[in-house]
Design a protein around this ligand. Sequence first.
Ligand SMILES: NS(=O)(=O)c1c(F)c(F)c(S(=O)(=O)CCO)c(N[C@H]2CCc3ccccc32)c1F
Ligand SMILES: [Zn+2]
Length: 263
Amino acid sequence: VSLLLYAGPDGEKAWPKKYPFCGGVFQSPIDFHKDILQYDSNLLPLEFIGYNVSSTDRFTLTNNGHSVKMYLSPTMYIRNLPFEYTASQLHLHWGNRNKSEGSEHTVSGKHFAAELHIVHYNSEKYPDVTAAMDKADGLAVLAILLEIGPFNPSYEKIFRHFRNVKYKDQMVQVPGFNIRELLPDRLDEYYRYEGSLTTPPCYPSVLWTVFRHPVKISQEQLLALETAMYCTESDDPEPLEMVDNFRNVQEFHERLVFISFHE
Ligand SMILES: NS(=O)(=O)c1c(F)c(F)c(S(=O)(=O)CCO)c(N[C@H]2CCc3ccccc32)c1F
Ligand SMILES: [Zn+2]
């Protein structure tokens, strides 16, 4: 995959040439606006099992050249979805220091500052995430919208390691902590729709759960996210800042987004 996944000639408009699904159906992210929302009383609060990981365990945090991702432990899973989904990794999407509007999903056309994704795979039907990632019922991704507010000590448990993954392929071990702390308080209020991976290969394999309530991180934490990392390797003579790594919202034809809350 070319370094410039999100910018320049190989940017998202060029994705379908090499990755046909990126030009296909059920693409994510999307804009949540009132005329596509429908209340669904069957949407229950999600249950998170094994999210409280002991500090003696370690998560591997790595820079993969277009996002910063943290591998999660296979003892973490979600219940109350159509199947049991086991955690795979979490990663983030953000803007840049001059424009802190890097969320992927938008609400009434409004971007949030950044977005956290926790990727899970259907462990009831598939042996691992690679087998699951191109199946219609393969993945479930939780999305948490991030906005500016007070310093967030839980997010800092990840953010404090950014200086050790500045460049592509660098890795660092993060002491385990309760990943539930990264989620908003109201787990019962969310948007739900069938969509896709938002990076190539864009498989339409994701059951999206986007929490209604954003989580707050400080201006300084957001700036660290926007300025810490590079897409390039440490010895690259032309370093490329890792910024604006969000896909634009996709057309949403004749589809509905189900909401677990009343307006
Ligand atoms: N926004 S998103 O949730 O759609 C999404 C990403 F935005 C993203 F960057 C990645 S990645 O693994 O960091 C890089 C692409 O492989 C993944 N990773 C997925 C895609 C491919 C794959 C394979 C194994 C485990 C996770 C993933 C992803 F699901
Ligand atoms: Zn993502």
